[in-house]
Design a protein around this ligand. Structure first.
Ligand SMILES: [Mg+2]
Length: 215
């Protein structure tokens, strides 16, 4: 299974559905250690993304998966306030840029490189390291698990399932951490004992990829 335009669109739509289902939980997590807008911000962003995909100005299919994912990122940046819009927006733009038009669809290894570009973009923008209690703490173990699966010969579905497990573990493992980045860091030690909302939404993103590739 390769990453073609159809798969990229299925992924984005599955993320939008997950955000719609889980936005209240994300907002609850953000209410505990942030400003309580993470779920509603992402919901607004992915509603706008769906409107683009379903609208007259949808990305042309011959732009490939890269154009679709880049457009997703651009839409998130323009529609979502707070930190999450720029962070996820840059991530999707970086993933899209790693899948240029005119190339054969990426295989599991190639898509792993695109996911790595997404993580680099998030780390560059947020200047976050693993352990800072951010979405980096879900994306990093997701990517590690994905790459380990590919190195062991896995195709996309199995690698995506491994990544989803890694992201969910990583999100859970943010609970004992003290936040060092973002609004939660203002709480100091009081940020301990809560799951990072960004790590939780990153887990949704990788679970969505696993779900749509599982077939
Ligand atoms: Mg917030």
């Amino acid at each position: 299974m390769d990453v073609d335009t159809r798969l990229a669109e299925d992924w984005v739509r599955a993320i939008a559905a997950a955000v719609e289902r889980e936005h209240e939980r994300l907002t609850e997590l953000d209410s505990a250690i942030g400003d309580g807008d993470h779920g509603s911000n992402l919901r607004r962003g992915f509603t706008a993304v769906l409107a683009v995909l379903d609208g007259p100005d949808a990305p042309a299919p011959d732009g490939g998966p890269g154009a679709l994912l880049t457009r997703t990122g651009t839409t998130l940046i323009s529609k979502v306030g707070g930190a999450s819009g720029p962070l996820y927006g840059k991530a999707f733009r970086a993933i899209g840029a790693a899948l240029p038009p005119g190339q054969p669809p990426a295989d599991a290894a190639g898509f792993g490189e695109a996911l790595a570009a997404g993580l680099r973009a998030v780390r560059d923008l947020g200047r976050a390291e693993p352990g800072d209690k951010t979405l980096v703490d879900a994306w990093t173990p997701a990517l590690e698990a994905y790459r380990a699966a590919v190195a062991a010969g896995a195709g996309l579905p199995e690698a995506a399932a491994a990544a989803a497990g890694g992201a969910e573990r990583g999100a859970r493992d943010t609970e004992p951490l003290q936040a060092r980045k973002g609004r939660a860091s203002y709480l100091g030690p009081r940020s301990v004992g809560h799951r990072d909302p960004g790590a939780a939404s990153t887990a949704l993103l990788f679970r969505a990829l696993a779900d749509i590739t599982a077939g």
